[in-house]
Design a protein around this ligand. Structure first.
Ligand SMILES: NC(=O)c1ccc[n+]([C@@H]2O[C@H](COP(=O)([O-])OP(=O)(O)OC[C@H]3O[C@@H](n4cnc5c(N)ncnc54)[C@H](O)[C@@H]3O)[C@@H](O)[C@H]2O)c1
Length: 433
């Protein structure tokens, strides 16, 4: 199959490289010329484990290429994927569909022959209808089927998620489009991955329902963590105690500083808007959004209370700034709420993240360091915000030796409270005595 992937970001680049690895001929298109120039020079613009090797191998074998110009690839494509961003619209929380609409206009001008136009971006219910209308208006002669195929990959494990997904969801009732989608995902068919064919609207909603449910699950355990702190229970054991129940499941039950990232915050908000507009409000998700926002804001106070309530003039060292480990993605990371709140209380911040280089542009007044030990140097407290592997096995004596006070706030429950106490730390974590 010939595939054109519009948008070479976290989803487009990974999906494009994986489809190429399945044996298809893929062109990833992005209007960001510097991104395409880097890709053509063999550089990967994002940090995603395994992606560099996967891209290099498929470029070498002639199945994967990059361009700023969509015309040739779209004209020749059996399937054109739209994988552009759908961020929150400023101010109102609706998904900003301007990139999707623009991509649909461009595709409309270029399609030739029967083409399946696949929305991989996360888009509100009814967006497929809009894309269909845009194409029909611009090119009444075009022979296209507009399909929804939401993506469920996680940054940091994106390649294995794409190649070994729990399921693939395809929203279309068009038999020709189903055949193309089956062929595209053929290696997964052979693997017996469940492929769920639904209507387009159902498929669009499945993606939001999945993300909202996971965000709710995280928020649930975060509230349980607060309750554990109030009543002297241990949230990790609560997680295990409930997670071993197969009806509940163990994943997404890790208490922490609140969910962030490129998807949950914007997708929960967008679902709230969609549901309200449809006259069918999703109150659990409205509450999830509010609880999570409040939680991120409350983390600075938690850190301050570990230092006796006052951080004015104190130096606080932060370990990890990205929204989770194994990605360089800073979108809606909890650190973006924690840093300015601590600064507003008068704290001086020094920080290190192995890959979160974008933080330099997003945070002002932060002293960036190049290792955990530099972050601890002269610090009144060290706060573990993102659980990168290298922060799980720190030389704690060395860390403590550089600190002004041995205060460690572990927002990811990586360390053992009893051991930390034995090593002389004033240690606090989330939802544990
Ligand atoms: N990041 C994730 O983990 C993830 C997971 C599942 C689904 N999604 C969804 O996938 C979509 C893309 O997310 P992302 O994280 O890859 O975004 P991203 O911002 O990393 O990438 C989007 C890319 O599209 C490009 N682009 C925008 N308009 C274009 C156009 N008209 N032509 C060509 N290129 C264009 C941008 O330059 C950018 O490189 C979003 O809807 C997101 O919700 C993301």
């Amino acid at each position: 199959m010939r595939v054109a992937m519009i948008g070479a970001g976290y989803v487009g680049l990974v999906s494009g490289a994986c489809f190429a690895d399945f044996g298809h001929v893929v062109t990833c298109i992005d209007k960001d010329a510097s991104k395409i120039a880097r890709l053509n020079a063999g550089q990967i613009p994002i940090f995603e484990p395994g992606l560099e090797q996967l891209v290099a191998a498929n470029v070498r074998e002639g199945r994967l290429s990059f361009s700023t110009d969509a015309a040739d690839a779209v004209g020749a494509a059996d399937a054109v994927f739209i994988a552009v961003g759908t961020p929150s619209r400023r101010g109102d929380g609706y998904a900003d569909l301007s990139y999707v609409h623009a991509a649909a206009e461009e595709v409309a001008a270029m399609v030739q022959g029967f083409t399946v136009v696949v929305t991989k971006s996360t888009v509100p219910v009814g967006t497929g209808d809009e894309i269909e209308a845009i194409i029909a208006r611009a090119r009444p002669d075009a022979d296209v089927a507009v399909v929804s195929n939401p993506e469920f990959l996680r940054e940091g494990a994106a390649i294995s998620d794409f190649k070994r997904p729990d399921r693939v969801v395809v929203g279309t009732e068009d038999e020709r489009a189903k055949a193309v989608m089956r062929e595209l995902y053929r290696p997964l068919f052979l693997n017996e991955t469940p492929i769920l064919f639904t209507t387009r609207r159902t498929s669009e909603l499945i993606k939001y329902a999945a993300n909202a449910f996971l965000a709710m699950k995280i928020t649930f355990i975060n509230e349980m963590a607060d309750l554990c702190e109030a009543v002297g229970a241990d949230v990790q054991q609560v997680s295990r105690g409930i997670g071993l129940d197969g009806r509940i499941g163990r994943k997404f039950l890790h208490a922490g500083p609140g969910y962030g990232g490129s998807c949950f915050p914007k997708d929960t908000l967008a679902l709230v808007r969609t549901a309200a507009d449809a006259g069918s409000p999703v109150r659990l998700i409205e509450t999830t959004v509010a609880v999570n926002d409040a939680r991120k804001a409350a983390m600075a106070a938690k850190i301050a209370s570990a230092l006796g309530g006052d951080v004015a003039g104190k130096t606080i060292g932060l370990l990890g700034l990205t929204f989770k480990p194994n990605t360089d993605d800073m979108r809606d990371a909890p650190s973006l709420a924690i840093v300015p709140a601590l600064q507003a209380m008068g704290a001086r911040i020094q920080a290190f993240d192995p890959e979160g280089h974008e933080a330099v542009a997003l945070m002002s007044g932060v002293h960036f360091r190049t290792s955990a030990y530099e972050v601890a140097d002269g610090a009144d407290a060290v706060v573990l915000i993102t659980e990168w592997d290298q922060f799980r096995a720190l030389d704690l004596d060395r860390l403590k030796a550089g600190m002004r006070q041995p205060v460690l706030v572990d927002l990811r429950n990586v360390y053992n409270p009893a051991e930390m106490k034995a090593r002389g730390f004033r240690y606090s974590s989330v939802g544990r005595p």
